[in-house]
Write a protein that binds this ligand. Structure first.
Ligand code: FE
Length: 310
């Protein structure tokens, strides 16, 4: 049976704690760890105050994070409201620097993090490198909802970047008012559905505002039943968990140009392509990349990149 948690019904559970430097963090559990299923799904809203910096770290499980409040930056990327970040187990990401409004992420895991919490870089870098056959990879995507044409009852837009050969997928689904449609089926690991707009009719009640739904891998597709204002949801399918040799290298041998890869998070610097979005033009040789270059995804140093042998 799917588990449904509605933010407005959980506000009393918001717990705050003080952080060094005068910052604050708050946690609101949507789907808390259960005694009878201690390794089962976990979902919570993690908020923290403006300008706080959360250092680069990794977890020992796959996870999605959706930005539900405020915004900021993740290493060299902008984090904007509604954006979704996926990181495979053993993939460092960060630092996350909160903007002027602070930031709130909903963290979504199909199982409890075996490590129990964040593994920070550089302290845990050697531990990370000793993990055999890890396949680090992360991706950020901003969902696009397709407006319904006259007479259309629903639309589904699959995420472009957030997909892999293990079943990882995301969908932005729009449902017209007072209409029922089946959500895309979960993978065998399971699925989260996040209600971002409108209302959901379920178990004889109308649920309004942000909600999180866990659909287990052995369940049938969830019924999306839109209320009077219609419904927008994001559907996030977890990939199968596999530790197999990395297929995440996207660069190809390209004449005389070479490619270098971050040993921590697997980002590739391809000399032919450069990183124009980070101020490095195409064709820039690794030797000419500034020494203060940092990995765009995990903030590793230039010296943490290794030459890829094709
Ligand atoms: Fe990196």
């Amino acid at each position: 049976m799917a588990q449904i948690a509605v933010l407005d019904e959980l506000k009393a559970n918001r717990k705050g704690r003080e952080l060094p430097g005068g910052h604050m963090a708050w946690r609101t559990d949507f789907i808390a760890r259960k005694k009878e299923d201690p390794d089962g799904p976990v979902a919570f809203l993690a908020e923290s105050s403006p300008k706080r910096v959360l250092r680069t770290h990794y977890h020992e499980c796959d996870q999605f994070q959706i930005i539900a409040l405020g915004g900021g930056t993740l290493a060299k990327h902008t984090l904007a409201f509604g954006g979704i970040h996926f990181s495979r187990a053993y993939t460092p990401y960060g630092p996350i620097t909160n903007g002027d409004q602070g930031i709130g992420f909903i963290t979504l895991r199909a199982k409890r993090d075996p490590a129990g919490g964040a593994m920070f870089i550089p302290e845990k870098a050697e531990t990370l490198k000793s993990v055999k056959n890890r396949t680090p990879w992360q991706v950020t995507e901003m969902p696009t909802f397709k407006a319904l044409a006259g007479g259309e009852s629903s639309s589904v837009v699959q995420f472009k970047e957030m997909q892999d050969d293990r079943g990882l997928a995301g969908y932005a689904v729009t449902v017209s008012a007072n209409t029922k449609v089946a959500a895309p089926a979960p993978t065998q690991v399971g699925q989260y559905i996040i209600v971002t707009k409108g209302s959901l009719l379920t178990q004889g009640q109308e649920k309004k505002g942000m909600a999180v739904i866990w659909v287990g891998g052995d369940e049938t597709p969830f019924e999306l039943h839109a209320g009077a204002e219609g419904l927008e949801v994001v559907v996030l399918n977890f990939p199968r968990e596999e530790l197999t040799p990395s297929k995440s290298v996207t660069a190809k041998a390209n004449g005389e140009f070479k490619a270098w890869q971050c040993v921590l998070c697997a980002v590739v610097y391809d000399e032919a392509a450069g990183m124009p979005e980070h101020g490095i033009p195409p064709g820039t040789r690794w030797a000419d990349v500034p020494e203060n270059f940092g990995c765009p995804d995990c903030d590793a140093k230039k010296s943490d990149f290794e030459l890829i042998e094709f």
